[in-house]
Design a binder for this molecule. Sequence first.
Ligand code: BG6
Length: 482
Amino acid sequence: MYFDRSNGFPKDFLWGSASAAYQIEGAWNEDGKGPSNWDQFVRIPGKTFKATTGDKAVDHYHRYKEDVALMAEMGLKTYRFSISWPRIIPDGNGEINEKGLQFYDDLINELVKYGIVPMVTVYHWDMPQALEEQYHGWESRRIVDDFVRYAKVLFERYSDRVKHWIIMNEQNVFTGLGWNAGMHPPGKVDDQKMFYQVNHHAFMAHAKSVIALKEICPDAKVGSSFAYTPSYAFDRKPENAMAKMDYDDLNNFYWMDMYAYGRYPRAAAAYLKSKNLTPVMEDGDEDILRKAAGLIDFMGVNYYQSCVVEHNPINGVGTTHEMNTTGKKGTAKVQGVPGLYKNPANEFLPTTDWDWTIDPMGLRMCCRQITSRYDLPIVISENGLGAFDKFEDGEIHDPYRIDYLKHHIEELKKACDDGCRVLAYCTWSYTDLLSWLNGYQKRYGFVYVDREEDENSGTLNRYKKDSYYWYKHVIETNGEEL
Ligand code: BG6
């Protein structure tokens, strides 16, 4: 039913937009919610841009009705949002907080009322801080059972109305920034061994949740969202082409192969073994991973940019543990893995003010690669432009965002014509929101929110940007008029 089309987007294509609990909700300590690892992390001096927090965020917790009404007016077909684990189970594995469950019940009902399909992310990075204190969170195998218990609470409560589930958001990003780059909680640096172990626990949590969901709600559609950065070899020099293969195995297929096949790419596994980085697995894990792989319905893709891969000598550049978080263009540095690869800039592509390459064709390539390698349907669960927006007399003119989205949607349409089975496209983001490390000045939304870095600034009022009206028309014409 999803693929009934001759050309372009399927008739029942889900035009959507996305968000994450910590980035929009605020109400960080209200109605019984426990503290999350992010509530803790943002309070460490120097960790976020101008010490911004999600304490208030854009106050979606209190304004969700207004936000959903704006979605309905736009004609949005699906809204992807995440649930905050510490709002549901404040200490991670103890009592269930009915008020937390009620909030998402109300949100889901509000969406359903307007015919907007709720697409729920189970984990978008905010873990109960109590689990960090009990057993160091993802570092311990104990988290797998606690996660699955939490996921089951959600499935049992909401799967009568929620049929689209994303278990993990960007497992590669929260583990990479958490255990290698030191920029996300728990802020560990270059702990490669633990990075792979943590990933194994997250894969097990994903797999067991997928299996549990299909038992509770067999007609649910499920996958996880991967932050896919497709790559180009620097040039036709064989060692650069081989570096690209290493990059893809270790940075892309390591996650997607596990979700789709339930196993690691052989070359990546061999590399890990040679470096003594192979994660500890328990008997039966491989069967569970394979079983879950056979049950997923789609590959979730968060696409922002592509990269270039060049061979990196053994004494070459490493990780700098830095990122452009200011929006001062040209401040990002080349990083890499000595002995394998590095990622120089692509002189053929423009960049955002935060030095992310803008490459619409890369989105089509993601879809083609997934289709060739896994032959799975695809949900584009995030794609968007972070930019400085200017508020002028109640209006926000953002032609740059329209331009970015238009070119990406054009390429997505070509991917559909190529035969890729794309089910949904969610822009990042619906309203403006907190960018984890970049504060409130890096804006992504169709809906402008009046607030700055300072917790006490702004009215938090909502204003439609030009891109809001543009996307409304895209939806009305099912992507025919961009
Ligand atoms: C993705 C995340 O990595 O990219 C989002 O899933 C995030 O939560 C988005 O906000 C954009 O990244 P950033 O760093 O610009 O906020």
